[in-house]
Ligand binder design. Structure first.
Ligand code: ADP
Ligand code: MG
Length: 250
């Protein structure tokens, strides 16, 4: 469903991801882990085709309108003056186009999605007035109304209280049961071991990818840390013609 073929993405010639190969199977539930700056957000944006690639290919069998993306909270401007209902409706925009297709059925779906995330009655609250936890619930409601087959979540539990996290983990479990493909960037080892069958451990390159218990081993985690400590942006000019199998380009 999502195939990464020698994927390389650079910002001003510095590789954030290089020569990444692998596949997210249809219906899989995968955690993406790795140190800060290891290319996790860049990977999700590449799958959403939000970034130009410097090399390789991302093949996604799911049409654009069936992909949902929840960006990292820090990347969202919450001063934008819209209310909760319109923010959730924006999730439907790829499928229905601008505001033309908003009908009673769609509004009922928004109400039901807000109910599912415990935000009934919040339709007309400006998004700027919500707590981080409430706003994250709104973003999950937006994913719910999209009814997507491929769901990408970038640090969905950052700055979120444990009660909200538990509620949102339940939603993710339901998506998995419904055979949707879910890819989530996460930091909490324990949470990943408990709830995510597959893990991709990144350090700009793939450190390990497969069953979570086999990926989150001490040697792999140590390798990811070692790679991260070796990052020296000045030394990293990636030559995309050259297959780098490990470490940074020297
Ligand atoms: P992660 O999500 O794992 O923390 P990112 O994918 O956000 O990592 O970033 C990977 C690397 O690319 C980091 O070194 C980061 O500073 C750099 N980077 C990310 N976005 C940009 C950008 N828009 N311009 C320049 N460098 C960027
Ligand atoms: Mg990130």
């Amino acid at each position: 469903m999502v195939t990464l073929d020698n994927l390389t993405v650079s910002y001003r010639q510095h590789p954030a991801l290089h020569h990444v190969n692998g596949q997210f199977a249809p219906g899989s539930l995968t955690a993406v882990m790795g140190p800060n700056g290891s290319g996790k957000s860049t990977l999700l944006k590449s799958i959403m085709a939000l970034l130009p690639l410097s090399g390789g290919r991302v093949a996604v069998s799911t049409p654009r309108t069936r992909r949902a993306y929840l960006p990292q909270l820090a990347e969202i401007d919450r001063s934008f003056p819209i209310d909760v209902r319109d923010c959730v409706l924006l999730g439907c925009w790829p499928a229905v186009g601008a505001w033309g297709g908003v009908d009673a059925g769609l509004l009922a779906r928004v109400t039901s999605a807000l109910h599912s995330v415990g935000l009934e009655g919040f339709e007309h609250r400006p998004i700027g007035s919500l707590s981080s936890g409430q706003f994250q619930r709104v973003l999950f409601a937006r994913v719910l109304v999209q009814d997507a087959d491929l769901i990408l979540l970038d640090e969905p539990f950052n700055a979120i209280d444990s009660k909200t996290t538990a509620a949102l983990l339940t939603l993710i479990r339901q998506w998995h049961q419904q055979q949707r493909t879910v890819i989530a960037v996460l930091h909490d080892d324990l949470q990943v071991r408990q709830h995510f069958p597959q893990t991709l451990l990144l350090a700009r390159e793939v450190v390990a990818w497969g069953d979570t218990a086999q990926v989150l081993t001490e040697p792999h985690l140590r390798q990811a840390r070692t790679l991260a400590e070796a990052w020296d942006d000045a030394a990293e000019i990636c030559n995309t013609d050259q297959r780098l199998t490990g470490k940074v380009a020297a």
